[in-house]
Design a protein around this ligand. Structure first.
Ligand code: PGA
Length: 248
């Protein structure tokens, strides 16, 4: 069966309850006829208000991180139970900004991913190389390590989503070309095949992320291995609906 496309927005540390509600109100009619899966991953504090705002629409709610423990002395962290109480379905794990600025490692990515799956939520596991790594021909070895260690002990890989986000393309306006994104995502699928069997790998949704916008989304989405997008900047505007409607 063909993989259903999945477009997810990542608001990062942007928006307020007020502006978020307003944007969702504008987006709702625009994404009504969308054929793909749609989600917005919002800051944790906005989850209660946004869970109300998205009611009755195609937009599902996602979080930007989750701790692996059920509860306890982990100041500043958020548990699965807290997310599920508000109907959250997706959790971004291991975003490059978390890796770069907040000490996220492949080991903690793995712990979080396993916990998200155990709680019947869908992790969007982010992988990707820096510019320096790409220029030094290390893209494949970086991705290998992120996938081997980040997805260790995952029992059913078809239950997660991978987001390939080359760090040099995030928030820079420098999108990977359609060919670069396709080639690397094809490599990721091949690697997943080695780790989990090619039948399973063919069922995994793999998104592209990094300056994807209303203009370049069609070309990227036309690539055979690209199943969706993780959208930062363009998810803060109604442009997000244009991306969601890329098939029209
Ligand atoms: P961008 O962010 O679309 O603003 O480049 C993508 C992401 O980091 O998820």
């Amino acid at each position: 069966m063909a993989r259903k496309p999945f477009i997810a927005g990542n608001w990062k540390m942007n928006m307020t309850a007020e502006s978020g509600k307003q944007l969702i109100t504008e987006l709702k009619p625009l994404v009504k006829g969308a054929k793909c899966e749609v989600a917005l991953c919002v800051p944790a504090i906005l989850i209660p208000a946004m869970s109300k705002a998205v009611k009755g629409s195609k937009i599902k709610l996602g979080a930007q991180n989750m701790h692996w423990a059920e509860s306890g002395a982990f100041t500043g962290e958020i548990s699965a139970e807290m997310l599920k109480e508000y109907g959250v379905k997706y959790v971004i794990i291991g975003h490059s900004e978390r890796r770069q600025y907040f000490g996220e490692t492949d080991e903690t990515v793995n712990k979080r991913t396993l916990a998200v799956l155990k709680n019947d939520l869908t992790p969007i596991v982010c992988v990707g190389e820096t510019l320096e790594e790409r220029e030094n021909d290390k893209t494949k070895s970086v991705l290998d390590k992120q996938l081997e260690e980040g997805l260790k002990d995952v029992e059913d890989v078809t239950k997660l989503v991978i987001a390939y986000e080359p760090v040099w393309a995030i928030g820079t306006g420098k999108t990977a070309t359609d060919e670069q994104a396709q080639e690397t995502i094809k490599y990721i699928r091949k690697k997943l095949g080695k780790l989990f069997g090619s039948k399973n790998a063919n069922k995994v949704k793999i998104q592209y992320g990094g300056s994807m916008n209303a203009k370049n989304c069609k070309g990227l989405m036309a690539q055979p291995d690209i199943d969706g997008g993780l959208i930062g900047g363009a998810s803060l505007k109604t442009d997000f609906a244009t991306i969601v409607n890329f098939e029209k």
